[in-house]
Write a protein that binds this ligand. Sequence first.
Ligand code: GDP
Length: 528
Amino acid sequence: MTDITKEIEKRRTFAIISHPDAGKTTLTEKFLLYGGAINLAGSVKGKATARHAVSDWMEIEKERGISVTSSVLQFNYDGFCINILDTPGHQDFSEDTYRTLMAADSAVMVIDASKGVEAQTRKLFKVCVMRHIPIFTFINKLDRDANDTFELLDEIEKELGIATCPINWPIGSGKNFKGVYDRNTRKVTIYTDTEKGTKEGTATEIDVDSPELEAFIGMENKEQLMEEIELLDGASAEFDQDMVNIGELSPVFFGSALTNFGVEIFLRNFLDMTSSPLPRKSDAGEVDPMTNDFSAFVFKIQANMNKAHRDRIAFMRICSGEFDAGMEVFHVQGNKKLRLSQPQQMMAQERHIVDHAYAGDIIGVFDPGIFSIGDTICAPGQKFQYEGIPTFAPEHFARVRQVDTMKRKQFVKGISQIAQEGAIQIFQEFNTGMEEIIVGVVGVLQFEVLKYRLQNEYNVEIILENLPYEHIRWIENKEIDLDMLTGTSDMKKIKDLKGNPLLLWVNSWSIGMTLDRNKGLVLSEFGR
Ligand code: GDP
């Protein structure tokens, strides 16, 4: 095995998806703890300053104390090199959050045991399904009163349409939480609060058939566990690695990230059940990560890290081979050879310059304004392109008005550039041109980012007039006669800059009604 192959085989690149407050940050923190990347848990969120240092790229972040960008954390654990892609939530939820999933090889879905499947998880989950990547479920906060375990699994299956296979099983919850039972080894790991999760702690394991078990978990719990094991073995889907690989079966784990219980069990199984980077599709066939030379695609562009230079950082996911800082590469869409300058990577919470990176890794490079989202970079002499990144459905829309109409040119230039970076999407009225611009965003904060950037970088002041629409679909079958379309009263026809027709609605049920009224109409939540 060559050194490059060895490096790539060590790689695991995944994203954590969840609804805000389910425990994504806490779980990430505990992963880093096992990796030795941090000594004491509590630093990912607690250390606000450290978090700022890495993602504090835009003025707006500083002003509001939140992170607009998503970042990548890399750490080593047990011979693996792990890349965790952060998918920002709360107000900073944006199209970037979705795009980040395009760079991941698998996803970990964190669910709060007392809340079940929540809105943001549902949205992110859809993107994972579209990509057919493995999805692992970590049901968190078992140290608090949880919903019935069978009901939780049922909810995941019904709401998300994925089969589940519990790898372990919780014994009680809240004050009565006693531990988890491993269905493979038939051992119970007894719950201990590992000093509020700051230490790795030593776990007590007892065979489920051992007479000692009762002393640890009590008679009632033991009886219930035995009943549930029986039910489970009869009712739940069997573990099937092939189904996991294509994202049709989700292995489920239970634990409590805060008290650091069940986290290492999860991490070990996760590493076993996932693979190093796999071949990716390109227009020249599949590209093998191990045997091919360097190649990567841009999945995110972060603007204006340094106001004085108005520069940008292009984030790329390496898909094959090795990246070497000094090497010459070929930018396929630009049809140009170049050197990537200032390549950087995140190690735990620090950004640093990289000399070498491998398939599976994410690097950020200085972008003088030449890259677009979805662009392919490869070794000179090669010319393939990776499959493009879709456009994701915005959920908030506003009409944009310029305060000073004399600055028309700057306005169009500014808004087009910001749209090209992928921070916002711009649309037009169906029958008119650029004079009426409608902006669509995935997260409302992007409206403010747009306003701020137009003012600061292009000296253009705008007024945003919110529109009531919340649902958008791309029309897939272009041959449909749009003038003949029978819509609902809350429907609006618009087009994107390429002239593709789209439909907007205020109410979600209107989408179904529109489909009913127009036989043959095909709609999509993703634009191409
Ligand atoms: P995120 O928004 O998904 O990143 O969630 P955080 O990791 O920030 O967690 C949200 C809140 O839930 C914080 O107050 C955490 O301390 C708490 N929390 C996270 N995991 C657990 C857990 O396993 N048990 C309990 N009781 N609280 C937890």
